[in-house]
Design a protein around this ligand. Structure first.
Ligand SMILES: Cc1cc2nc3c(=O)[nH]c(=O)nc-3n(C[C@H](O)[C@H](O)[C@H](O)COP(=O)(O)OP(=O)(O)OC[C@H]3O[C@@H](n4cnc5c(N)ncnc54)[C@H](O)[C@@H]3O)c2cc1C
Length: 485
């Protein structure tokens, strides 16, 4: 088995693991990230509402509230630094009656206690000025809520950590961990890895990783949230996330409507406890319920606007029956010196990912000295987004490089050069999903009907892959088994 050594090993390349890798790459320490999937953001970090929350929903005094408010305050600057698409849209909690308005006054007071700013109760006139098609008698506006691209966010954190010396090993599922006086021995796929400090950022599997070291205090209950994706109607229908007033005990924030940074609208998520952590199936009952609940908020929606669906799974510590939220657990485990557990990082884990990472780095420094580097590179160069450029800028690019003149994804206007940039990205994207997360190709109304074959063609004819090697999302999702003629 190949041996890999590092000062710190992080298990999991979701937003949290990648943010920790970036944070630790500021210091003179060797960092290794082990991820079971073939890329970053394949877990919960790529399956969510993509909202930068303000922090008014979380219990006052909780770690969730503190880290969410902190994350929200720093997000805009971070997104600019890492070149991640981000837009401060604000968000409305919609009231349907006076009882809702009274609940919103309580939520506003809690938010202000948590340190949120920009919260305002609004009447029906202001509600309809902000979102003319919404139903409701008023609501609460949160001015500092934002939307962003969570895939690009994770990838940006990972790329920036990589540039600063962190190593990532994908397709490496951690299956066993041994601890002795000198540190940890981690079996991950083909590799045997050694480290002084081990960080568990395994999301839905955090309790299993913890149990590998004999700490059985945690249990994760998977709670699925299903979504619909609507066509690019955000501009004309809704430009601001719209949520119902949260009801206690449902295990989520209720079915909401969220414009995406790319101009779609997503409807969801539902909240349903399930038995399997990898059960990403969508169910017709829940999907029907989602649409009905969405119509309560936005009556003009039509089924023909639906172009796709997906789901994410919450790593809940609260068992079915209890529902609701339990606070993040982020701690050094005294029973296993050098082991840092991150348990139950459900929403608002994306918003809070960088403050979580800072906290984790603080815990690492209790185990080993962390000396700051003087050559940390904080900025990441972003990708060229051809469709967002002016016609003059587009012409200049095409004159210089004809691959900008060939459209591969017609729905999203993605050029051949943008696909090439995705494939040649620092991590070397080879699966269709990894190319999609980096370029946004295949995400339009035709669901890849036009561009998928062209991307496959590029992988085969320009990058030398055999068709049988091409996967949708890594091993087990091979797309071709041989020639038919
Ligand atoms: C429906 C839904 C909506 C949400 N909406 C929002 C939102 O709008 N805003 C917000 O801030 N938060 C939101 N969240 C929460 C947010 O998505 C999560 O808190 C965050 O993504 C957690 O990141 P993570 O890195 O801890 O977990 P993950 O992204 O799941 O990463 C964990 C990684 O560990 C890997 N792994 C697991 N086991 C092993 C192993 N044995 N070996 C190696 N690797 C392993 C997994 O493959 C995975 O890549 C939402 C969550 C859900 C489910």
């Amino acid at each position: 088995m190949p041996a890999l050594d590092a000062d710190v090993i992080i298990i999991g390349a979701g937003a949290v693991g990648c943010a920790i890798a970036r944070e630790l790459s500021r210091y003179e320490a060797s960092i290794l990230v082990l991820e079971k999937e073939c890329d970053a953001a394949y877990g919960t970090s790529g399956r969510n509402s993509a909202v930068v929350h303000a922090g008014f929903n979380n219990k006052h005094g909780s770690l969730m509230a503190k880290l969410c408010v902190e994350g929200n305050k720093g997000f805009e600057a971070l997104a600019e630094l890492l070149n991640v698409p981000y837009r401060k849209t604000g968000k409305i909690l919609v009231a349907f009656d006076e009882a809702d308005m009274q609940e919103l006054a309580r939520i506003k007071a809690r938010g202000e206690d948590n340190g949120c700013t920009g919260l305002r109760l609004i009447d029906g006139t202001e509600l309809h000025a902000l979102a003319p098609k919404l139903r409701g008698i008023g609501g609460m506006l949160s001015e500092n809520t934002a939307i962003f691209n969570p895939f690009e966010y994770c990838i940006a954190l990972a790329e920036n950590a990589l540039v600063n010396g962190a190593r990532f090993v994908f397709n490496s599922e951690v299956t066993a961990i041994r601890h002795d006086d000198t540190g940890f021995t981690v079996t991950a796929g083909e590799n045997l890895c050694r480290c002084k400090v081990l960080i568990n950022a395994a999301g839905l599997y955090c309790d299993k990783i913890s149990a590998m070291l004999g700490i059985n205090d945690y249990r994760i209950y998977p709670c699925r949230g299903e979504y619909f994706i609507l066509d690019k109607i955000a501009g004309s229908f809704l430009n601001i996330p719209a949520y119902p007033v949260p009801r206690p005990g449902i295990g989520g924030l209720g079915v909401h409507l969220t414009p995406t940074i790319e101009g779609n609208i997503i409807i969801g998520p539902s909240a349903e406890y399930i038995s399997e952590r990898d059960d990403y199936a969508s169910t017709s009952e829940i999907m029907a319920k989602l649409f009905t609940e969405a119509l309560d908020l936005l009556p003009g929606l039509e089924r023909r606007q639906i172009i796709g669906n997906y789901c994410g799974i919450r790593p809940k510590q609260a068992p079915p029956g209890e529902g609701g939220f339990r606070d993040f657990v982020i701690k050094n485990e005294p029973a296993v010196p050098g082991f840092i557990n991150l348990i139950g990082i459900e929403s608002p884990g994306l918003t809070a990912s960088v403050p979580i990472a800072r906290m984790a780095a603080g815990l690492v420094s209790e185990n080993m000295p962390l000396k700051p580097k003087n050559d940390f590179i904080a900025r990441r160069r972003g990708r060229v987004k051809f469709s967002a450029l002016t016609q003059d800028e587009q012409q200049r690019l095409i004159a210089h490089n004809p691959d900008y003149g060939e459209i591969i994804c017609r729905c999203q206007n993605i050029t051949k050069q943008e696909i090439r940039d995705a494939i040649e990205n620092p991590f070397g994207a080879r699966s269709i999903s990894s190319i999609k997360y980096r370029s946004w190709a295949t995400t339009g109304r035709c669901n890849g009907g036009y561009c998928m074959t062209r991307i496959v063609d590029m992988l085969v004819n320009e990058y030398g892959l055999k068709p049988e090697e091409i996967t949708y999302r890594g091993k087990g999702s091979e797309m071709f088994s041989g020639r038919v003629k």
